[in-house]
Ligand binder design. Structure first.
Ligand SMILES: Cc1cc2nc3c(=O)[nH]c(=O)nc-3n(C[C@H](O)[C@H](O)[C@H](O)COP(=O)(O)OP(=O)(O)OC[C@H]3O[C@@H](n4cnc5c(N)ncnc54)[C@H](O)[C@@H]3O)c2cc1C
Length: 401
């Protein structure tokens, strides 16, 4: 099968053929991942969602089996690099999110936010020590920045403290919404140095005395992802486990420039998943003696969803090129997250709508995408925050405060 045929088979919603820019090796890894997710995760997906249970072993097992972060075919021409190509990264999120947004979100806190924190913040020794088990899925990580009283204003408001006592730092404070925190082997915790007032990052190990993690309960979205409420009471972290290259919010922003693009890709995949599910139902279910997809009003909505998905893919593919060239800026990532999230929100609503009553059951799938979209719209910079980042560039006026 040629690259073109394989790309078409995997992503029929990509009418403009951006997936054809992937290598054969990259497409094969994505296809393998799909098989692994179908075999391992699909059988437990709906039950896990309803019961708000994280099928951790199934998810990590699928990622590890397909070697999505380390397969040699991903590193042809980039041997020795810690990361695969950015276009592959965009399609990796498309692949996961069109399967299930919780799975993609679980991956982004581990292989996106957590891993990029290590790569950007760590010394070569720390990258080796923490990055290797993360990319092999032998250890799980996450990203602990948000606090109960500081979400959008975290840059200035971060209240968790770190006090140095000899070779040890003592951490106190709370973190909220931290994806995967309860099961993570090490949690990158951002805290303010009481002396310099600068934000630093500490790798807090699972089971550290003084660390407790409770799941945020009763969520309507991303029910599979365990979002943790973390309490740190005199938690000790050795200086060796402080990421040496994070010395202020500017360094945290460098992580977001990369990972905000990842969430733009997740929004693209969530829209694609809802669209595909709606297409399946409307081309099989009949009313008034003909397929739902044969009615003009339904067709207009299908076409609108297709246009949204294609626009999100186009945004993502260009952002991926920019990231790959090393010229990425917050403006681009914020614009892509804003755009793709808006297109996603419209698409999941249309998808739910054309499925009628079936659109609110998990069997038809669109219901999961519909509710999950709300969380994706909010995390990694809300719509308003990303809008103000973009508009600050346009007007030269910062409107945050
Ligand atoms: C499912 C989920 C997963 C998450 N995962 C993680 C994670 O793994 N790690 C982590 O660190 N964080 C995580 N977060 C936190 C996420 O990044 C925050 O929810 C987000 O930054 C918004 O903060 P907030 O929810 O406190 O909303 P708030 O800051 O309280 O904002 C509420 C509303 O007010 C608006 N608003 C705020 N300030 C302004 C302003 N100046 N002008 C105009 N409007 C404004 C916002 O846009 C929003 O609409 C997660 C959140 C969710 C929901």
């Amino acid at each position: 099968m040629s690259v073109k045929e394989l790309a078409k088979e995997l992503y029929p919603e990509d009418l403009f053929g951006y997936a054809e820019k992937l290598t054969e090796g990259e497409l094969k890894v994505l296809k393998h991942l799909r098989q692994e997710m179908e075999t391992r995760i699909r059988p437990v997906l709906i039950d896990s969602y309803e019961k708000a249970l994280l099928p951790r072993e199934e998810i990590l097992g699928a990622f590890a089996a397909a070697k999505i972060m380390t397969h040699p075919d991903l590193f042809v021409g980039r041997e020795g690099s810690w990361k695969a190509g950015e276009l592959y990264n965009a399609f990796l999120y498309l692949e996961m999110a069109r399967f299930d947004p919780s799975v993609a979100t679980f991956y982004t806190v581990h292989g996106g936010l957590g891993y990029n924190t290590i790569l950007i913040g760590g010394s070569p020794e720390q990258i080796e020590r923490f990055g290797t088990p993360v990319r092999n899925f032998e250890a799980q990580t996450c990203f602990a920045l948000t606090e109960p009283d500081h979400g959008s204003d975290i840059a200035g408001g971060l209240a968790t403290t770190a006090e140095r006592k000899g070779d040890v730092w003592v951490l106190n404070g709370e973190k909220r919404w931290i994806g995967g925190a309860k099961t993570a082997d090490f949690i990158p915790v951002f805290a303010r140095d009481v002396e310099s007032k600068k934000i630093k990052c500490f790798m807090v190990k699972k089971g550290s005395p003084g660390l407790s993690v409770e799941n945020v309960e009763h969520k309507i979205a991303l029910r599979i992802v365990n979002n943790g409420h973390i309490t740190l009471k005199d938690v000790e972290v050795h200086e060796d486990d402080r990421l040496v290259n994070i010395n202020g919010y500017g360094d945290v922003a460098k992580i977001f420039v990369r990972t905000r693009a990842d969430v733009a890709y997740i929004a693209m995949g969530t829209a694609a998943g809802a669209f595909n599910a709606a297409l399946r139902l409307t081309t099989t279910r009949e009313q008034f003696g003909r397929k739902l997809g044969g009615f003009q009003l339904v067709q207009e909505k299908l076409a609108r969803m297709q246009a949204n998905v294609q626009a999100a893919i186009a945004y993502s593919a260009r952002i991926a090129e920019i990231q790959e060239s090393g010229t990425e800026e917050m403006l681009n990532s914020s614009l892509a997250k804003l755009h793709n999230s808006l297109r996603m929100r419209e698409t999941v609503a249309l998808a739910r709508e054309v499925c009628g009553g079936n659109g609110i059951t998990y069997e038809t799938e669109v219901a999961r995408f519909f509710t999950d979209a709300e969380a994706i719209y909010t995390y990694e910079g809300t719509h308003e925050i990303n809008a103000m980042i973009v508009a600050r560039e346009l007007t030269g006026i910062g409107a945050f405060i």
